[in-house]
Write a new protein. Structure first.
Length: 538
């Protein structure tokens, strides 16, 4: 599916690049978000502390103002309506209203709450709604009873908490006692992150998921001396929305960079692919016999041109090898025809003539049997000699076609017979062993061809044949002191130089994993060494 070079190079470059870019983008956004979480949490925690401190300060000021009114004449309470917009009232020790501003009737609705707050120390009531405002009553003990004042709760969101942020109060039980949304009053948040901490008087920040799964940032701080906790809460999505604008742009920038890189790589790869495709087409034309197809430049980088030159050299070598093989086949066919002609000529000149003469001698012997017995005996002796000569000639033909000594007695006796007929010396080195028939035939034919070349070309006075047995191979060496020749340095040049006999010897040895080496120089004789690995000895 993706086996073409262009696709693979693109995949090898683009996929790692994209993976790196995605990884960098992911790590960047993740680290940015983590830093933003810490920063927002720290900010909201600080805002909660500032807001709680301001509310605590406002409550402390109201308490101090009310304490200053304890010895004062109730007639001047009216002057403090700015601080205590809900009014001021004094109570006796039984909790009965003694004096009230603006009226006793106004305070009668708070009588039960104040009666419950009478104590030996200053006490703040939970916030409550009245007249469209959230108010708090503070009660301080006096020598005659208690003095109470009602005032509007200072703004909780007295710091910048954003458009979607909200500030609210919880009491010591974690119940919301003041909230911009009236529907949430009385809701208990004791199990929420940050609420338990603020109940214990701690300040800080936390992240919390609401029932809908949305994540919210919570800053919290205690409000002294009431035991309340001030909570600043805002949605995490709203906090990070500006940051996400840049986070979205980052992958787009990386994608644009990847596209630009992809374009550059594509055109760069195409400059490599196109020459390779041209080279592949040239190789296909070479396969169909156009050996000059790789001579034309295909362009591209230097390595591709070097590959083209190598392919061109290979094409020329294949062309030369093909021509040499054709010559070799033609030579083999000519050799076969020459051998047939030789056999036909020898049969005609020797065997047939001997048989004709034998027939004539038989006729003469038959005539002489009745007329001259002595002459008949002489003719019979001549017949025996002709028969013996004919048998010798026929055996020679058979031996040339299929050496019977090799089949019946083995390689060593066959080589002894062959070297005796060729006037060559023969020596065996190592422990003599029988080989399988195919290897023995190959070594015999190699030696036979080498001796035939000596007889035909070498003009040698001495010829030596050595058969050496080793543990893993058998080596036949044929050496003469003849006139020698310029032997090719590589076996592949045998056919080009016309040494088809040497080529045939080498091919016989290579059938069994062996080889033939020829060492010769003009005027210094020739040495042929053929070895055949021994895979099976019988």
């Amino acid at each position: 599916m993706f086996r073409d070079l262009r696709t693979q190079i693109l995949l090898w470059t683009i996929l790692p690049l994209v993976a790196i870019l995605v990884g960098v983008a992911y790590l960047g956004v993740s680290s940015h978000q983590s830093a933003m979480r810490d920063l927002v949490a720290e900010r909201d925690g600080a805002l909660a502390r500032v807001a709680a401190a301001r509310v605590s300060e406002a409550l402390a000021n109201r308490l101090a103002t009310l304490q200053a009114l304890v010895p004062a004449d109730p007639q001047i309470w009216h002057s403090q309506r700015t601080a205590f917009d809900g009014g001021i009232a004094s109570f006796d020790t039984r909790g009965k209203i003694v004096n009230a501003e603006p009226s006793i009737h106004t305070w009668e609705m708070h009588h039960a709450m104040v009666a419950a707050m009478l104590a030996t120390r200053a006490t703040f009531s939970p916030p409550f709604a009245e007249g469209g405002a959230t108010r708090v009553i503070v009660v301080i003990p006096t020598s005659t009873g208690a003095l109470a004042a009602a005032f509007t709760l200072p703004p909780l969101a007295n710091v910048d908490i954003g458009a979607h942020g909200v500030a609210y109060l919880v009491d010591a039980a974690g119940t919301i006692v003041a909230h911009p949304e009236a529907s949430r009053l009385g809701e208990n948040l004791a199990q929420h992150d940050g609420i338990a901490q603020v109940i214990r008087g701690e300040s800080g920040a936390a992240l919390h998921r609401d029932p809908s799964g949305a994540e919210r940032v919570i800053g919290y701080a205690p409000v002294t001396p009431t035991g309340w906790g001030l909570i600043i809460e805002e949605p995490w999505e709203e906090v990070v929305a500006p940051m996400f604008q840049y986070s979205v742009l980052l992958p787009l920038v990386l994608l644009l960079a990847a596209i630009v890189a992809l374009g550059a790589i594509y055109f760069g790869v195409w400059d490599v692919i196109r020459p390779l495709q041209n080279l592949a087409q040239a190789a296909n034309r070479i396969a169909f016999g156009d050996y000059a197809a790789a001579e034309r430049p295909v362009g591209g980088v230097r390595e591709i041109d070097e590959l083209r030159e190598t392919l061109n050299q290979m094409a020329h070598q294949v062309q030369q090898a093909q021509a040499a093989m054709q010559n070799y086949i033609a030579t083999i066919m000519r050799g076969q025809e020459d051998e047939r002609m030789r056999l036909a000529r020898e049969l005609h000149d020797d065997t047939i003539q001997a048989l004709i003469a034998l027939q004539q001698r038989i006729e003469m012997a038959q005539k002489a049997l009745t007329k001259d017995p002595a002459l008949a005996a002489t003719k019979m002796a001549e017949l025996q000699e002709l028969v013996a000569d004919s048998l010798t000639a026929v055996r020679r033909f058979v031996r040339d076609l299929r050496p019977t000594y090799l089949e019946n007695l083995g390689l060593i006796p066959a080589l002894e017979m062959l070297t005796r007929e060729s006037n060559a010396s023969f020596q065996v080195v190592g422990e003599e062993k029988r080989l399988d028939a195919e290897r023995e035939l190959a070594l015999f034919r190699i030696t036979q061809e080498a001796l035939r070349n000596v007889a035909k070309h070498a003009r040698a006075t001495q010829v030596a044949v050595t058969l050496a047995f080793d543990t893993d191979q058998v080596t036949a060496t044929i050496e003469d002191n003849g006139r020698g020749f310029a032997a090719p340095h590589v076996p592949t040049a045998y056919a080009q130089a016309g040494h088809f006999g040497l080529m045939g010897m080498q091919e016989r040895a290579q059938l069994f994993g062996g080889n033939v080496y020829v060492k010769s120089e003009r005027g210094q004789g020739t040495k042929v060494v053929a070895y055949v690995p021994v895979s099976s000895i019988v």
